[in-house]
Design a protein around this ligand. Structure first.
Ligand SMILES: Cc1cc2nc3c(=O)[nH]c(=O)nc-3n(C[C@H](O)[C@H](O)[C@H](O)COP(=O)(O)OP(=O)(O)OC[C@H]3O[C@@H](n4cnc5c(N)ncnc54)[C@H](O)[C@@H]3O)c2cc1C
Length: 436
């Protein structure tokens, strides 16, 4: 029998668990630990609430959690409630699937002003992440800006632009739903240092902007290279650029009161304001021969009382685990950190790719584990029983997958009309549902 601990119950944690159950059958016991009593990582706290079909991937993870030999052990923060050394002494292998929840900093003056927030904070706020429930983003200004040219930037901009009716069927938490309903936002500027060809936005997410009730996208036709240059793009990117070109060709819909302005070749230099964000000073850029953005010296101001930076994430370091400072994730060689210690998902390769990208990643690492510790071999480790004893000794109240089901049902039971659930946001609320 082999004992494995997976730290993190997001997509990467579940895919590697799935792969290990296939490789080991009944010859492994697998504990999936998470700091929260609610599983699924960014599926719950990151993926946009109006993208319910994507969130449905958690049904697949449920099956994994219900597989014989697999346990969900919630409410246990590794590095806080238990140390890495505890896990490495209790389990044959430990696989870190802790994601990349920290916002990368802009590193420009004015970043500390009120109204300047990271996308992890904003996204966490509207998705009911306990750390950001009290964020209270300033929504009383007419102008907001999102810095970044990826799908997360699009999510933030779209959520700011939507009407209450457009959140029908979503699981946006009520504190965000109500605040956004009263928001004064009219113009959302999406700033990118490079041009349309360099965006990391997928066609589905871009296409949605063309169908919003009250907002229309604004794109400057002058920002595009000659159309023939699109031929060199890979098909998905070409589709995205085609959508952007369509936005640029259409006259702005004057019946819609909100604008989503794509400001390409725009490098934020500083954020200015009297104690709070009022404007971003931006330098116009151009691309050099290597495709890098270089400043032209021309500057201008983009008004914004809310500035959301969506420029990437990093993994928090864990005591005892080597860390790659340059890339912001654990130092690893194809997922292996050291003897019996591995990482998967965003904690392995940084914040790139879709949910599905974490699947081959998890399977690859499970293969390495199985090669190092062949099925049928014995490690003599205490595994989950040892963890339970340690948690009792430390007075940590772990939660199970059945506990999560209880929380889930309670959330569904108190859903408001048109919403599949009303999330409980704070850990004490989850524990209250469990009668603890
Ligand atoms: C805003 C946003 C929107 C996205 N939208 C989409 C989308 O529409 N479609 C798509 O395909 N992909 C989307 N993605 C990408 C997708 O969410 C990621 O690919 C995926 O979640 C990464 O999985 P992960 O398991 O590595 O990390 P995560 O999902 O972040 O999971 C990490 C888990 O580890 C736990 N954890 C962290 N530290 C500890 C610790 N010390 N102890 C115990 N537990 C810990 C966390 O609580 C969490 O449950 C989006 C990402 C973001 C940020």
């Amino acid at each position: 029998m082999r004992h494995f601990a997976i730290v993190g119950s997001g997509p990467a944690g579940f895919y590697v668990t799935e792969a290990l159950t296939k490789a080991y059958g009944d010859q492994a016991r697998i504990d999936i630990l998470d700091r929260y009593a609610v599983p699924y990582g960014l599926i719950r706290f990151g993926v946009a609430p109006d993208h319910q079909s994507l969130k449905a991937v958690s049904k697949r993870y449920d099956k994994v959690a219900e597989t014989a030999g697999v346990r969900f052990v919630g409410n246990v923060a590794v590095g806080v409630d238990v140390a890495m050394e505890d896990l490495t002494s209790l389990y044959d292998a430990v696989i870190l699937a802790t994601g990349a929840p920290y916002d990368r900093k802009l590193g420009i003056p004015g970043e500390e002003l009120r109204g300047v927030i990271g996308s992890a904070e904003f996204v966490g706020w509207y998705n009911g992440h306990p750390d950001f429930a009290d964020l209270d983003p300033p929504l009383d200004g007419a102008a907001a800006a999102v810095i970044g040219n990826g799908n997360v930037a699009l999510d933030c901009a779209r959520i700011l632009a939507k009407t209450g009716a457009e959140f029908g069927g979503s699981d946006i938490v009520s504190h965000a739903f109500e605040a956004l309903g009263k928001a004064a936002t009219k113009v959302i500027t999406i700033l990118g240092r490079r041009g349309p060809h360099q965006i990391a936005m997928t066609p589905k997410e871009l296409g949605e902007l063309g169908h919003l009730e009250e907002a229309s996208p604004v794109v400057d036709p002058a920002d595009f290279p000659p159309r023939a240059a699109d031929e060199a793009l890979e098909p998905g990117q070409r589709k995205s650029i085609t959508i952007l070109r369509e936005f640029a060709a259409k006259p702005v819909d004057s019946a819609k009161p909100k604008r989503m302005v794509f400001d390409f070749f725009a490098k934020p230099l500083r954020i200015e304001g009297d104690g709070k964000a009022e404007r971003i000073i931006v330098e116009r850029t151009r691309l050099d021969e290597d495709g890098r953005a270089v400043g032209t010296g021309e500057t201008y101001a983009v008004p914004a009382s809310l500035v959301i930076s969506a420029i990437g994430y990093s993994t928090p370091p864990l005591a005892g685990v080597p860390y790659d400072d340059e890339h912001g994730h654990y130092l690893n060689d194809h997922g292996q950190i050291g003897d019996g210690l591995y990482c998967v998902g965003w904690a392995r390769r940084g914040p790139t790719g879709t949910i599905g990208t974490n699947r081959p990643d998890g399977y690859e690492v499970a293969e390495q584990v199985a090669a190092a510790l062949p099925s049928g071999s014995e490690g003599g480790k205490a595994g989950g029983e040892g963890l339970d004893a340690l948690l009792r000794e430390k007075g940590v109240e772990a939660t199970s997958f059945d506990d999560w089901r209880t929380i889930e049902q309670a959330e569904e039971a108190q859903a408001r009309p048109g919403s599949p659930r009303e999330k409980f946001v704070r850990p004490h609320e989850w524990m209250k549902v469990l009668g603890r």
